[in-house]
Design a protein. Structure first.
Length: 276
């Protein structure tokens, strides 16, 4: 069975990569759910709905993955506010940017704007520890195979900044040092198709024998909704060159410190509001 799969994959690879400048674009829809229970029982259902509306542009986004044989760029499709809308929705700037991956040079660069500053987060592309499965499903016209792994969760928990739980201080006081320093992990499920034998995918994901069409990571799902292979207009992929260059460890430290500052500022404003 394995030899048959390898033979078929080889046929697809030869026919697809026969063109010298093979390239394409894939559109992904990203949706993230939020745990509203963290806001406490004092928030009504109507208030929760209003909060979700404010966070919608953060929770639901679309991206485009531009790719060729060795390079890819994953970028958010930024939506313009509707005519007459003056107020910017929360989270409209934080995290915007692109993720550049180069399979040949083994480098990944996240070009990101965070806290009104631009960063180039440099990271080596170590091969992900995927566990290959045999389960399959169709995504559009493509047959996809399942792969899973567990990785460190670097997601910024913006919801915790605005949490209304009042027992946080008590809970934190009972935590051990080991619990506070524990690395948060997240389970990831990927669905890839050997019919497009490009070892790339949305976000930071790569390393499978085919383009990744769906990612399920914690509360986030990214699903490919459209693919265009060898479009009439050449696909342009540029290596990011602007912004402050930092490694992943330093960037995560900056984000953690700034997030803590935001949380304290939010608590101070909320306390002041209650006193008045």
């Amino acid at each position: 069975m394995k030899s048959i799969f390898t033979f078929l994959l080889a046929i697809v690879t030869v026919s697809t990569f026969a063109q010298k400048d093979f390239q394409g674009k894939a559109t992904y829809m990203s949706k993230r759910t939020m745990d509203m229970s963290r806001f406490g029982d004092e928030m009504s259902e109507q208030q929760k709905k209003q909060m979700m509306a404010r966070f919608k542009n953060y929770l639901e986004k679309t991206f485009t993955l531009s790719f060729n044989k060795t390079e890819s760029s994953f970028k958010e499709n930024v939506k313009l506010d509707a005519p007459g809308t003056t107020a910017r929705r929360w989270g409209s700037n934080n995290g915007q940017g692109s993720i550049y991956k180069n399979l040949k040079s083994k480098e990944m660069i996240e070009d990101v704007e965070q806290f009104s500053k631009r960063f180039r987060v440099m990271e080596a592309m170590d091969q992900p520890k995927w566990e290959m499965g045999t389960e399959t499903k169709k995504i559009g016209q493509y047959t996809c195979y399942k792969a899973t792994m567990v990785k460190v969760d670097n997601t910024i928990d913006w919801g915790s900044i605005f949490s209304r739980r009042r027992n946080t201080k008590k809970k934190d006081s009972t935590q051990t040092a080991a619990e506070k320093d524990a690395v948060k992990m997240v389970a990831v499920t990927a669905w890839y198709t050997p019919q497009i034998p490009v070892s790339s995918g949305p976000g930071v994901y790569f390393g499978l024998p085919g383009l990744i069409l769906e990612i399920n990571e914690g509360r986030t799902t990214m699903l490919c909704t459209e693919i265009v292979l060898n479009p009439s207009e050449a696909v342009e992929i540029k290596r990011p060159s602007k912004g402050k260059e930092v490694n992943r460890v330093d960037y995560n430290k900056i984000v953690k410190e700034k997030t803590a500052e935001l949380k304290e500022q939010f608590k101070s404003r909320r306390s002041g509001g209650r006193r008045n």
